[in-house]
Write a protein that binds this ligand. Structure first.
Ligand SMILES: NC(=O)c1ccc[n+]([C@@H]2O[C@H](COP(=O)([O-])OP(=O)(O)OC[C@H]3O[C@@H](n4cnc5c(N)ncnc54)[C@H](OP(=O)(O)O)[C@@H]3O)[C@@H](O)[C@H]2O)c1
Length: 245
C-alpha cells in the first residue's frame, strides 16, 4: 500500500478484466502506482492478486461508475491516500446488443448504456478533477471506440459501416463530444485530455471473433499515457495514429 512519492498515480476504471486489467499490468510494469478499481470488490481483489503473482504491486479501490455514492467514497479515499491523481483512465464500459437497430432500440437500453458509458464517465471525471489539478501533468484518457466515430459510421468503405449496436455507438459518439469540450476547457490548465480507441479486441465485450489481443488494445491506451503532454491533447487516437471523429 505504501507508494513512493516519485511514482505517478494512475487510476483505471473497470480494471478487473479485459482491457482495464491489461492496462493495469502494463502501467505497473512501467513503474506507475496503479489504482485498479472495480465495481465488484471480489473481482477487483482477484485482479490485484493475479498481478501480485506476476510480481506487480497495485492498489485496489471499489468504484461503480454508475453510482454517485460509490464515486464520492472513491474520491474521498483517493484524496486521503494519495492527495492527487496523475492519470485517469476512463475504461469501464458496457455494450449490450450488437444487433439492435435504430428503429428498434429500447429507451431502457439507451438509458442503461448512457448511464455507464457517458454519465458515469463524466461523473467520475468531474469528481476527480480537483485531484487531477494537483498533479504536475494530469492526464484524462477516455476509452472510446472506432464505433463512436461519426466519420466511420457514415463511410460505406469503413469496416464498421454495417455494425448496428446503436446504443453503444451513440454513447461513444457522445463521450467523444464531451471529451472535445473538456479538452478545450483544459487548454489553459495542466490537464491533458485524450480519447483512445483500443481497436477491436478479444475481451468479454469484444468476443473471441476480435482480431486483436487485450495486450494490443491496452498498448494503444498506454502509448497515449506515456506520450508527451501536447502530442494527443484533444485527439482521438488508435495505435498512435489520429482517427477522424
Ligand atoms: N473490446 C473491444 O473490442 C473494445 C473496442 C473498443 C472499445 N472498447 C472499450 O474498452 C473499454 C473496456 O472494454 P473491454 O473490452 O475490456 O470490456 P469488458 O471485458 O466487458 O470489461 C468491461 C469492464 O467495465 C466494467 N464496468 C462496466 N460497468 C461498470 C460500472 N458501472 N462501474 C465500474 N465498472 C464497470 C466491467 O466490470 P464487471 O466485470 O463488473 O462487469 C469490466 O471491468 C470499454 O469502454 C469499451 O467500450 C472495447
Amino acid at each position: 500500500m505504501k507508494y513512493q512519492e516519485t511514482q505517478l498515480i494512475a487510476v483505471i476504471t473497470g480494471g478487473n478484466k479485459g482491457l482495464g486489467f491489461a492496462v493495469a499490468q502494463q502501467l505497473a510494469q512501467l513503474g506507475y502506482r496503479v489504482v485498479l478499481t472495480a465495481r465488484n470488490e471480489q473481482a477487483g481483489q482477484a485482479a490485484v492478486k493475479a498481478l501480485a503473482e506476476k510480481g506487480l504491486e497495485v492498489d485496489f479501490l471499489p468504484l461503480d461508475i454508475s453510482e454517485t455514492a460509490s464515486i464520492t467514497a472513491f474520491t474521498s479515499a483517493m484524496a486521503t491516500r494519495y492527495q492527487r491523481c496523475d492519470v485517469l483512465i476512463n475504461n469501464a464500459g458496457v455494450f449490450f446488443d450488437w444487433e439492435v437497430s435504430a428503429s428498434k432500440v429500447q429507451l431502457e437500453e439507451l438509458h442503461t448504456t448512457f448511464q455507464t458509458n457517458v454519465w458515469g464517465t463524466i461523473n467520475v471525471t468531474q469528481h476527480l478533477m480537483p485531484l487531477l489539478h494537483k498533479s504536475l501533468r494530469g492526464k484524462i484518457i477516455n476509452v472510446s471506440s472506432d464505433l463512436g466515430s461519426l466519420s466511420f459510421a457514415s463511410d460505406k468503405e469503413n469496416e464498421y459501416y454495417s455494425v448496428s449496436g446503436v446504443a453503444y455507438r451513440m454513447s461513444k459518439a457522445a463521450l467523444n463530444m464531451y471529451s472535445i469540450a473538456l479538452s478545450k476547457e483544459c487548454e489553459a490548465s495542466n490537464i491533458v485530455v485524450s480519447v483512445v480507441s483500443p481497436g477491436w479486441c478479444q475481451t468479454d465485450m469484444g468476443t473471441d471473433a476480435a482480431p486483436r489481443s487485450p495486450i494490443q488494445g491496452a498498448k494503444s491506451i498506454v502509448e497515449v499515457v506515456q506520450a508527451p503532454s501536447t502530442q494527443f491533447h484533444g485527439k482521438f487516437v488508435l495505435d498512435g495514429q489520429i482517427l477522424a471523429w
